[in-house]
Design a protein around this ligand. Structure first.
Ligand SMILES: Nc1ncnc2c1ncn2[C@@H]1O[C@H](COP(=O)(O)OP(=O)(O)O)[C@@H](O)[C@H]1O
Ligand SMILES: [Mg+2]
Length: 252
């Protein structure tokens, strides 16, 4: 018998402002899998990730965490679900008035109810995991973009998520800071974290993705391993998109 997927998404649909944004999106994510979302801007990647965390409530469709369907109207269940699904945004979403340690410790105290000392000890361990042990007293304004994103990852890890959703976590970073964040994410993947990540960092995608979902106009157009979709023989839409992406990034 095959193992129950960590996350299953079935026929997810979402309209915003009277416009269909997601149409019948279905896929499932195995434990320890790195699923990568690729596709043109406006294709629905962020909306999908936000539906998976119920920041947007899907119009229809089912989301199951470890086989359990989530009912967004059941507030307590939704609250429990959100604790198990970590979310990393492009722009970090840190509290500017809290230092790195408190940014990580806050939810441990408020959500998990840990005493301050325990919360801080756990927060220190997570900051160490992302290589920021010496930065715990610094405020977001004193950190680089790469460091801020690593604090945000530490904060998500502290909640012991079953799956992490990452929405273009390096898109807002200067090129020289991208590597340090991708290195941390690689480490999480090697440690067995289950992740769904929107990214166009193709070196990372080729080496780390177990499967790519290529999204366009709110639909999953192609789905497969990097080998299958990015091989020059594949003639896939994914490859075509990524080739143009490379030209765009290389400049005229
Ligand atoms: N709150 C909203 N109201 C109306 N349309 C939205 C809203 N948020 C996103 N959209 C539209 O949804 C589509 C998909 O956007 P998005 O999920 O951000 O795509 P991606 O992350 O792939 O660039 C776009 O056409 C965008 O304009
Ligand atoms: Mg987006």
């Amino acid at each position: 018998m095959s193992e129950t997927p960590v996350l299953e998404v079935e026929d997810l649909c979402k309209a915003l402002g009277g416009k269909t944004i997601l149409s019948d999106v279905s896929f499932s994510v195995r434990r320890g899998e790195m699923k990568v979302l690729i596709g043109p801007s406006g294709g629905g990647k962020s909306t999908l990730l936000q539906c998976l965390n119920f920041l947007h409530i899907p119009d229809s469709g089912v989301i199951r965490l470890e086989g359990q369907a989530v009912d967004p109207r059941a507030r307590k269940a939704l609250y429990g679900y959100r604790q198990q699904v970590g979310m990393i945004f492009q722009d970090y979403n840190l509290f500017d008035h809290l230092n790195a340690l408190d940014n990580v410790a806050l939810a441990l105290r408020k959500v998990k109810g840990l005493p301050r000392g325990d919360a801080e000890a756990r927060a220190r361990a997570e900051l160490a995991r992302v290589g920021l042990s010496d930065k715990e007293k610094l405020y977001p304004a004193e950190l680089s973009g790469g460091q801020k994103q690593r604090v945000s990852i530490a904060r998500a890890l502290a909640m012991d998520p079953k799956v992490m959703l990452l929405d273009e976590p390096t898109a807002a970073l200067d090129p020289e800071l991208i590597g340090e964040v991708l290195t941390v994410i690689r480490g999480l993947a090697r440690d067995g974290m289950t992740m769904i990540m929107a990214t166009h960092q193709m070196g990372f995608v080729r080496s780390m993705a177990d499967e790519i979902l290529f999204m366009q106009e709110g639909r999953v157009i192609e789905q497969g391993t990097p080998e299958a979709l990015l091989d020059v023989e594949a003639g896939s839409r994914t490859l075509d998109f990524c080739t143009h992406l490379a030209e765009f990034e290389a400049g005229p």
